[in-house]
Design a protein around this ligand. Sequence first.
Ligand code: FES
Length: 98
Amino acid sequence: MAIKELTHISHVVFICNGDTCMSKGSDETTSRIRKAIADRALHESTRTIRTRCMGECSTGPTVFVAPANTWYQGIVPEMSEELVESIVGAGPVGFVHL
Ligand code: FES
């Protein structure tokens, strides 16, 4: 396995791909978030990671962003692009977050 250079990563986006969130579109959300990151040429600084259940099913689909340590809830695919703008811009304003 190749060792990746990680020192340039400034944001990590954990996207729940557990069963409940998947039933609400998390697979598409993951794809759209990744595309939004690539479209903004942020792929060198922003990493995405699919996770299993984060234990917040009742308010999911769930996304967690580090290092801001911000939990987002109810993130459906249509919110993906705005979420990326929020992550790299002014922060979670306009989103329901925990
Ligand atoms: S399946 Fe996503 S929080 Fe449980």
